[in-house]
Design a protein around this ligand. Structure first.
Ligand code: CP
Length: 308
């Protein structure tokens, strides 16, 4: 079964193939209305279940649109609609869904839910975000970087702020695509050692730098994300804001990177918190290209999973 669970679990050559396919499909759609079908219809007759246990704008819309453009159909299920891990075991849900649909995308809380679903499903499962990782987002981000600046291999990426699930997938991507990553943020919000170890095991440099202005020197890309993620307790909000304020990506911080550095944020953003509007709407920013590329990257991921 070809699942797409995390960037470190898929061969680097396959990840490269997915990005190449995504770029090809994106180019083939240039100038077309969003609702128009692709020339190729690789998902013709296929049913895709999109399960959301957490809110989503980009993941929900881009997966749904992507399936339709490729000729398939979707079934969007919220955590409230189904009995995932409540009235019914995850294993049984996986077995049942496998009798109805050809592919499952799930956004959930605990990674274990994703892994159990994948273990017992007879159809491919795609990770649409867990508390630990967000591989679809970061594959789209690598594609976005390369559209603007060429190969990401050997570049310096700086993650500023909370070492959350997107940061974790950036560390997986560093190892798989061969770029260096410096984390700058509070010690208590550093990414888990296992993510850092994976990147280092692939021979790339992972730096930890408490001072954000030192961290961004020579950076090709600065990335940040919201200070309080969906799975973080709201009671931690004030403390996190105080801890993370020095890591805000503003014009002064951006000016410390290379002159042609890019700025990324997976969105949704809290403007004037983790990043200022001046940066988000400024000349370094590619945030809306990232959002668009979720569509193209995920279409290629679905084709890869289904072998179509
Ligand atoms: N970046 C991202 O995954 O956005 P959504 O939460 O809106 O899907």
């Amino acid at each position: 079964m070809t699942h797409f669970l995390d960037l470190h679990k898929t061969d680097a050559g396959e990840l490269r193939r997915i990005i190449t396919d995504a770029a090809r499909m994106k180019a083939a759609r240039l100038g077309r209305p969003r609702g128009a079908p692709d020339d190729e219809q690789p998902l013709d007759g296929q049913m895709v279940a999109l399960i959301f246990e957490k809110p989503s704008t980009r993941t929900r819309v881009s997966f749904d649109l992507g399936v339709r453009q490729m000729g398939g159909q979707t079934m969007v299920l919220s955590g409230r609609d189904i009995q995932l891990g409540h009235g019914e075991t995850i294993a049984d849900t996986a077995r049942v869904l496998s009798r109805y649909v050809d592919l499952i995308m799930i956004r959930t809380f605990e990674e274990q839910t994703l892994l159990e679903l994948a273990e017992y499903a007879d159809v491919p499962v795609i990770n649409g975000l867990t508390d630990r990782t967000h591989p679809c987002q970061v594959l789209a981000d690598v594609m976005t970087y390369e559209e603007h600046r060429g190969s990401i291999a050997g570049r310096k990426v700086v993650w500023s702020g909370d070492g959350n699930n997107v940061c974790a997938s950036f560390l997986h991507a560093a190892g798989q695509f061969g770029f260096d990553l410096t984390f700058t943020g509070p010690e208590t919000l550093e990414p888990e050692a296992g993510f850092i170890d994976f990147a280092r095991s692939r021979g790339v440099r992972v730096g930890i730098e408490r001072d954000p202005h030192k961290a961004v020197a020579g950076a090709d890309l600065i990335v940040t994300d919201t200070w309080v993620s969906m799975h973080d307790p709201q009671s931690a909000r004030e403390r996190r804001h105080n801890q993370l304020r020095p890591y805000q990506v503003n014009e002064r911080l951006m000016a410390g990177a290379k002159p042609d550095a890019l700025f990324m944020h997976c969105l949704p953003a809290h403007r004037e918190e983790e990043a200022t509007s001046a940066v988000m709407d400024g000349r370094h920013s590619v945030i809306f290209d990232e959002a668009e590329n979720r569509l193209h990257a995920q279409k290629a991921i679905m084709r890869w999973c289904l072998g179509t």
